[in-house]
Ligand binder design. Structure first.
Ligand code: ST9
Ligand code: ZN
Ligand code: ZN
Length: 339
């Protein structure tokens, strides 16, 4: 089964790193090696993206001022709602449904989630999923689009302003995308993204407050920029902070961590050590709604009305055995006598 394969490949990794270890003689030499490797990376900067992100951050900061100074509180509430809806498009849609197939969803739910994902503007579902599957398959190697070994900034947003490493293209080609090619909703969004994205992510969120409660159009625009920048950083922190800071109760041999702050910001996506060990769990964490995992709660809600089904999870016993075998010892076991 999947678990067996997963564990087998982890075991191979461990053997491999044990084999390499003796060659590393001192810490000084390690950092020297890392430095030389980093110097080998060529940053082909994509200026279009740099300019876009500079404008976005300037506008978002101005959005903070506008929000405090003059925005209608309906507009602020609407911005929060958009962040929440777009967030679900990423977490519940692109991530847990399409990238990892942790549950199944009917057509209406897939249409809603695709709309939410378009509102978030983090590339179309197909591209998002391809990058994410490659990230899981080749975590922290050059084939990982946001390889966290290249530092906080690169894994956070740097990877979006430079051309990709050739390994991403070469080794990324081995990732199976056939399921998405068969999903009409995904392919429709991909085909019309150039029209749908500006409409859902920028035009509608700007025009709605102006049309319905006479918000000043520019105020609405700056709030839209603020909401978008906030959502992006919340997402990006999963790739940066949750690959650097935190405990590793399930597998100490990998970079992903358990990060409460990131979970709170990313509606439940910060339990990232668990997620990399058990990527098929619809909770993307050991625990559900009670631990900032709003997304898990929403999936359960939709399963109650029959729109989502086949929610996959992991047994307590399997989690316990894995934590005891490969964890860093930070996991607290409740009501279990140690044998
Ligand atoms: C954004 C995405 O922000 C954020 C994703 C974060 C993921 C987080 C995951 C964590 C879990 C979930 C947490 C959710 C939390 C939510 C909280 C909400 C409150 N495999 O890309 P190109 C090939 S987007 C295989 O152009 P360049 C392929 O043939 C922000 N092959 O490379 C491709 O051609 P095609 C807005 C691959 O030229 C070709 O290479 N968007 C793969 O180096 C060229 O690909 C932006 O800022 C692969 N993985 O350009 C724009 N990748 O596509 C971002 C590529 O035709 N993008 N190939 O098949 C760009 O401008 C460019 O991609 C680039 C690289 C400049 C970054
Ligand atoms: Zn994932
Ligand atoms: Zn990750």
């Amino acid at each position: 089964s999947t678990l067996f394969l997963d564990e087998a490949s982890r075991a191979a990794e461990t053997v491999k790193s044990a084999y390499i270890q003796p060659e590393i003689r001192s810490q000084a030499q390690v950092s020297k090696t890392v430095k030389t490797e980093q110097n080998q990376y060529k940053w082909h900067i994509v200026w279009r993206n740099v300019i876009f992100f500079i404008y976005l951050h300037y506008a978002a900061l101005y959005g903070v001022y506008i929000m405090l100074a003059k925005a209608h509180w309906y507009s602020i509430l609407f911005g929060v709602l958009c962040a929440f809806i777009g967030g679900h498009g990423i977490t519940m849609g692109a991530h847990r449904l399409w990238a990892h197939k942790t549950y199944k969803a009917n057509l209406p739910l897939r249409i809603i989630l695709a709309f939410c994902q378009t509102l978030a503007f983090q590339n179309h579902i197909y591209e998002w999923v391809r990058d994410h599957r490659v990230h899981h398959k080749f975590t922290d190697t050059d084939a990982d689009p946001h390889n966290s070994k290249r530092g906080f900034f690169f894994s956070h947003m740097g990877w979006l302003i430079v051309r990709k490493h050739k390994d991403v293209m070469v080794r990324g080609g081995s990732v199976d995308m056939s399921d998405l090619k068969e999903d009409g909703v995904v392919m429709f969004q991909k085909k019309y993204y150039i029209i749908l994205m500006p409409l859902c992510a920028f035009i509608l969120p700007t025009v709605i407050p102006w049309y319905f409660w006479n918000e000043d159009l520019l105020t609405s625009w700056y709030l839209c920029m603020l909401r978008y920048a906030w959502s992006l950083h919340s997402t990006w922190l999963v790739n940066s902070a949750a690959h650097i800071y935190g405990m590793k109760p399930y597998d100490k041999h990998m970079s992903p961590t358990e990060n409460k702050l990131v979970s709170a910001l990313a509606i439940g996506e910060g339990w990232h050590n668990y997620h990399h060990v058990f990527p098929w769990d619809y909770k993307a964490g050991e625990f559900g709604f009670s631990r900032y995992n709003i997304t898990a709660g929403t999936i359960v809600l939709f399963s109650k009305i029959g729109w989502a089904w086949d929610l996959k999870t992991v047994s307590d016993d399997m989690i316990r055995r894995r934590a005891l075998r490969t964890g860093d010892g930070s996991k607290v076991f409740e009501n279990v006598a140690e044998s």
